[in-house]
Write a protein that binds this ligand. Structure first.
Ligand SMILES: Nc1ncnc2c1ncn2[C@@H]1O[C@H](COP(=O)(O)OP(=O)(O)OP(=O)(O)O)[C@@H](O)[C@H]1O
Ligand SMILES: [Mg+2]
Length: 499
């Protein structure tokens, strides 16, 4: 709870524990085994930021974070904690936070879309599990599209663009490099699989404007909640989507100096998914963004079962830590507990490693950065209870929030403007028309030539038949004359004989 300008989120035997506003953008980690209280801790932190006017973004894995939108209430658990901390229950102001729901699949909230272009070849290649050669082909396809002014917006743009590049591979070879048809085929197949995962709805326009995440309502930060129950079944899509979002935020937000409070807090649940099967290059890129995004006033809080789920370089940047209980059934678990304990600045009052195993639900080892940015000594503490509702809301409550949202209608309808697909189709149609016209012209010319030839042939044959008939007439006359002469001669001879 935000109290006396303090981000009060936990309570130890010595009293309240606050996150220092100025240090909240130095990132954080919430770790712990299943059911130890990670989601409620996230909710407590997020609503505290909201009360202070800081918007947050979070992925809701099980739907249980949606309760942050509703007014919470007293419970035996809360009464007990208040009594323990000397807090008057009558002074508690239970209330929900302003919330906006998002859903990549557009079902439980506003759709969150981006274009193929903005996702970029590197993230897309990861999403589709492409190898280095295929990634190279995808990268040059993006470059050709850019050079030829063919916008890649949705999946049909990319599909046709790949086909276009493959069919003109010879033309591009010298300037861009080799495009093997086998690689293009593999990318096309991967695209098909991506479409089945929901890619068709995710890629398109209007693409999401990250500034919609940076809103306040009535002085309170808006909680932007991404429905991730379905999305997390496709870990690659989930993690790549969040990576894209981070990159967008990083690219678009201006640099800011030191501030009393962060601009926005980003909660990254199931954080291990982000780094699973990720190339070294991409891990380095995430690490770099995490490091640099701080200067833009953005804090990232990773939520995972064990700190060892995160790469060392990222873990080292998480200044604010909440470690819930871990279990140690196997030697591997024990090693994870040991390394989790070692990430804290020790407290001489207890053994950190043993303490991690003994924490109850909603209890944690806590260490936040102090005013100077140094990690405070680890403390055993109880996390505050949320003033909003714990647990999921109903479908009716969700749809009421969706329709009342200020951005309702902004992203709901897909716009399919002219892009690479339409332009290539147009180009092909024009080429086909040209080819058909050339063919028709050729046929016409052939026909004309044939007719000409025919005409010439018939003329010559007519003149020869004319010659023939003249000859026949002459011959006929000659024959008739000859016959007549012979007959006359014969008649004369006969008459002579008779006499
Ligand atoms: N700070 C708290 N205040 C009040 N109740 C709490 C608190 N922390 C945990 N609880 C109770 O414990 C339950 C389990 O906590 P939570 O859902 O946060 O665990 P989790 O670590 O997120 O579990 P999972 O790994 O299964 O997601 C909550 O539903 C709530 O009833
Ligand atoms: Mg949880």
């Amino acid at each position: 709870m935000y109290k006396d300008q303090q981000l009060y989120v936990a309570h130890s035997a010595e009293g309240p524990i606050n996150i220092i506003g100025k240090m909240a953008n130095r990132h954080g980690l919430i770790a712990g085994a299943t059911g130890t209280g990670k989601t409620v801790t996230l909710q407590v932190l997020a609503e505290t930021f909201s009360q202070a006017g800081v918007p947050c973004f979070m992925a809701d894995m099980k739907g249980d974070l949606s309760g942050i939108s509703q007014t919470g209430g007293l419970s035996k658990f809360i009464e007990k904690r208040c009594a323990e901390w000397g807090m008057d229950t009558a002074s508690l102001k239970f209330e929900g936070c302003p919330v906006r729901f998002y859903d990549v699949f557009g079902q439980q909230g506003h759709p969150m879309r981006t274009t193929i272009e903005r996702m970029g070849a590197v993230l897309l290649a990861r999403l589709m599990d492409l190898n280095d050669t295929q990634t190279g082909v995808l990268t040059l396809t993006f470059r050709i599209a850019k050079d030829e002014n063919l916008p890649l917006i949705d999946m049909k743009d990319l599909r046709l663009m790949l086909d276009y590049v493959a069919k003109n591979a010879k033309k591009y070879e010298t300037t861009y490099g080799n495009v093997s048809s086998a690689s293009v085929g593999a990318i096309q197949r991967a695209l098909l699989a991506l479409a089945e995962q929901g890619g068709e709805t995710f890629f398109g326009e209007p693409s999401f404007d990250i500034f919609d995440l940076l809103q306040t309502e009535g002085g309170r930060g808006v909680m932007n909640i991404l429905a991730a129950d379905k999305l997390m079944l496709q870990p690659k899509l989930y993690s790549t989507f969040l990576m894209w979002l981070l990159t967008e935020i990083y690219d678009k937000m201006p640099e800011i100096g030191d501030m009393e409070l962060p601009k926005m807090i980003f909660f990254f649940d199931e954080a291990h998914m982000l780094f699973k099967d990720t190339s070294k290059a991409l891990t380095d890129k995430i690490e770099q963004i995490v490091r640099l995004i701080r200067s833009k006033g953005i804090g990232i809080y990773f939520i995972s079962q064990s700190p060892s789920d995160l790469p060392e370089a990222i873990l080292g940047q998480c200044g604010n830590r909440v470690q819930h209980a871990l279990r140690a059934f196997t030697p591997k678990d024990q090693a994870a507990v040991k390394s989790a304990a070692q990430t804290f600045r020790p407290n001489p009052a207890f053994d950190t490693e043993r303490e991690i195993l003994e924490l109850g639900t909603g209890e944690a080892l806590v260490s936040f950065l102090d005013e100077k940015g140094a990690p405070s000594m680890v403390q055993r503490a109880k996390i505050l209870f949320p003033l909003s509702q714990i647990g999921a809301i109903t479908a009716e409550q969700r749809s009421a929030i969706n329709s009342a949202s200020r951005i309702s209608g902004k992203y709901e309808t897909v716009i399919d403007r002219e892009s690479a697909f339409e332009q290539i189709v147009k180009q092909r149609e024009a080429m086909e028309k040209e080819a058909a016209e050339a063919k028709a012209k050729e046929a016409e010319e052939k026909e004309a030539a044939r007719k000409e030839k025919e005409k010439a042939t018939s003329k010559s044959s007519r003149s020869s038949s004319k010659k023939k008939s003249l000859f026949a007439t002459v011959l006929g006359t000659a024959v008739t004359y000859f016959a007549k002469t012979v007959a006359t001669q014969l008649a004369r001879n006969l008459t002579k004989k008779k006499r």
